[in-house]
Design a protein. Structure first.
Length: 256
């Protein structure tokens, strides 16, 4: 996304000018990775799904995005796309650098701050990245080291015929519901609805406090309303319309 620079630059003839810098320490990284988000579960879903959407946009495709929510049998969270993917240089020079981004020259993409890819650190001290591009698939482990700072290590490489990225980490059972509810809020405002490949039933059940008739058609109708300011889902009944209204009323504080 293209960001407008607000304010005006100050010109000076003073030769005693020194740049501000940022310290490379655990506290700064913790602030940018963890303390930046008041609702970490929602932020993780929002940022990783947005990155997946951008990866598809950059690859000029509309491939399916997979969202795997944790359940008792499969207690893992992941977002997977078949978009542009990353080579080793992009991982090390862009993905691993806070504030670095390749997405500031186009309004066709969502991201650009260079922080969203690090949101898993808001919940987990370690997460996995699998990314494929140009015939090679690389696997990495990102983790918080003993020094309190984030690090990344390559876990392996192999030839492949696909492209895309998968970000994953395990979830504690007591946090399942937080991810279901966080996903509900994040996806309602997402540019594209991913396919929930695990935990779909739990996802809708956790978000039924908005209305008992909440289901896929209701959720789609609510998203369409926010995107187009009109109800356009043909599969949404009158009862489901009431559910949509309930969702919007409960989330009114998030609608700008």
């Amino acid at each position: 996304m293209i960001f407008e620079q607000e304010g005006s630059a100050v010109k000076t003839n003073n030769s005693n000018v020194v740049d501000f810098t940022i310290a490379n320490n655990a506290m700064i990284f913790s602030t940018l990775s963890t303390k930046l988000y008041t609702k970490p579960h929602e932020a993780i879903v929002r940022e990783l799904v947005s990155n997946a959407i951008d990866a598809n946009t950059e690859a000029h495709c509309d491939n399916e995005i997979k969202l795997h929510l944790p359940t008792e049998l499969e207690p893992e969270f992941y977002v997977e796309d078949n978009g542009i993917g990353m080579d080793e240089k992009t991982v090390l020079d862009v993905y691993c650098k806070y504030g670095n981004s390749t997405r500031r020259n186009s309004n066709e993409v969502i991201g650009g701050l260079g922080l969203g890819s690090k949101t898993p650190f808001a919940y987990a001290s370690q997460f996995n990245i699998e990314t494929a591009k140009d015939g090679m698939k690389h696997s990495y482990v990102a983790f918080i080291g003993e020094d309190g700072k984030p690090h990344i290590a390559m876990a392996g490489s192999e030839p492949c015929s696909t492209s895309g990225t998968k970000v994953s980490f395990p979830v504690k059972e007591q946090d399942f519901d937080s991810f279901y509810r966080g996903a509900g809020k994040a996806l309602l405002f997402s540019k594209k609805m991913p396919k929930i490949v695990n935990g779909e039933r739990e996802f809708y059940r956790a978000n039924q406090d908005y209305n008992e008739s909440l289901n896929n058609a209701t959720f789609v109708a609510a998203r369409n309303y926010l995107a187009n300011n009109e109800f356009i889902s043909k599969d949404c009944s009158e009862k489901s319309m009431e559910a949509v209204s309930a969702i919007l009323n409960n989330m009114s504080s998030r609608i700008v």
